[in-house]
Design a binder for this molecule. Structure first.
Ligand code: URA
Length: 425
């Protein structure tokens, strides 16, 4: 086989065979297919798409490009969760210990963020001492002992996805369903859980900008999971505004702690309890949302989180400290009315410029910086009222402040918002 012929075949709109896909992906993982040819192939997929069978072959070829994690030593149904990405997305930080507090083991491998804001790992690493790199044996032992662990993805897993994702990021080929579906599901399948909850984000701050595309991505991934015997459910969730009130690594840890103590905003708390209910259902544990919420109110979810932090070397005193920044800049409403929009992407990029996210993979982060919103979409504001606080380690220029204010859309109607838009199973 020759790579150029396979690129041409896809470019001209034909289906590739299973053997052809296996050959290409294993060659890429081993280094015999160079980046420039893979980039051309990704772009051909971007324009020509892939059949369901091709997406499934691509996914399994990526799984086969690295090691698969064996979680069988952990008893019970292991449930995993994955989000297709969002701004201010601290859901895993709360969901993992919350589900574990019901005795359901959560062995989760997470990623770092690229673009907009940090990923779950970056947030956890903002806690002094928290180790995200542990051996597989330690990972499994921790889940056996305390029921929960969130670590970095093993370097040996889905090698092809690691290479391809970095390539897609710089060749404008990220936001395409066959490549997102195979990237997410190869990681989930290789990570070894029995059941998977997928959070498919939709809206201005997500890869999927409209509900039709989000639905198609969700259905594709659910089918991929089921085809390999993993119970899989997707929830399509709103990413038109940031999740919760904060963006930024330490700030999101602090918000997660508030939610874990039952003191978080009602909307985000309810949303996370609903996700937990679905995850528990995947493990055959039927609970009402109120029963789930009880574990936030009685401290059992928080206790699991603290146990996880301590087990992974995190300093529990540091966990609760306030952010350390040189500037806290209030942002005041420019008019009276209702918040109509808080465009997630714009604020994600704003937080990135403060150091909370990476523009390129090698950028280092400032864990302390970010934004806290005091008002969210649908809420009333008075002109001059504080709507957000910027946490920065540099001076915020008038220009930056004006830009921030311009992105806070204030109108005359109170828009209704809904976190979970649809469930695909
Ligand atoms: N998340 C992933 O893991 N892969 C993608 O392609 C997009 C989001």
């Amino acid at each position: 086989m020759r790579t150029v012929d396979l690129i041409q075949k896809k470019r001209d709109g034909h289906e590739l065979t299973t053997d052809e896909i296996n050959w290409l992906i294993s060659g890429y993982a081993e280094g015999s297919v160079p980046d420039y040819q893979m980039a051309a192939f990704a772009m051909a997929i971007y324009f020509r798409g892939m059949s369901t069978r091709e997406i499934s072959d691509l996914t399994m070829a990526m799984v086969a490009s690295g090691e698969e994690i064996d979680l069988s030593a952990i008893s019970g149904i292991k449930v995993d969760k994955h989000s297709t990405g969002g701004v201010g997305d601290k859901v895993t930080l709360i969901l993992a210990p919350l589900v574990a507090s019901f005795g359901i083991p959560v062995a989760k491998m997470s990623g770092r963020g690229l673009g907009h804001t940090g990923g779950t790992l970056d947030k956890l690493e903002s806690i002094k001492g928290y180790q995200i790199e542990v051996t597989q044996d330690q990972f499994i032992k921790q889940v056996q002992d305390i029921g929960v662990s969130v670590i970095g993805q093993s370097d040996n897993m889905v090698k092809a996805d690691k290479l391809l994702y970095a390539l897609r990021d710089v060749t404008a080929t990220v936001d395409i369903i066959p490549l997102i579906a195979s990237s997410v599901m190869s990681k989930k399948i290789a990570a070894g859980a029995d059941a998977i909850l997928l959070d498919v984000t939709v809206g201005e701050g997500a890869f999927m900008k409209n509900i039709e595309d989000a639905r198609q991505l969700a259905q594709t991934m659910v089918e991929l999971g089921k085809a390999v015997g993993r119970k899989t459910i997707a929830v399509i969730t709103d990413m038109s505004q940031p999740v919760g009130t904060s963006i930024g690594n330490r700030l999101e840890i602090l918000e997660a702690l508030e939610i874990l103590q039952g003191k978080g905003r009602e909307d985000v708390t309810e949303f996370i309890c609903e996700l937990a209910q679905i995850m528990l259902g995947l493990a055959d544990v039927e609970k009402t949302v109120d029963e789930v919420r009880a574990h936030l109110l009685d401290g059992s979810a928080l206790q699991k989180f603290e146990e996880m932090v301590a087990a992974q070397g995190g300093d529990l005193e540091d966990l609760y400290r306030a952010v350390r920044v040189s500037h806290q800049v209030p942002v005041l409403a420019q008019a009276s009315g209702y918040i109509e929009a808080l465009p997630a992407l714009e604020f994600g990029l704003f937080a990135m410029k403060l150091g909370a996210g990476r523009a390129v993979k090698t950028d280092s982060l400032d864990y302390e910086t970010g934004i806290v919103f005091h008002k969210k979409v649908g809420e009333a504001v008075e002109a001059g009222q504080k709507i957000a606080t910027i946490y920065a380690n540099e001076n915020i220029s008038e220009n930056m402040l004006t830009n921030f204010q311009k992105n806070v859309k204030i109108g005359n109607v109170s828009v209704k918002t809904k976190e979970i838009i649809e469930i695909v199973s």
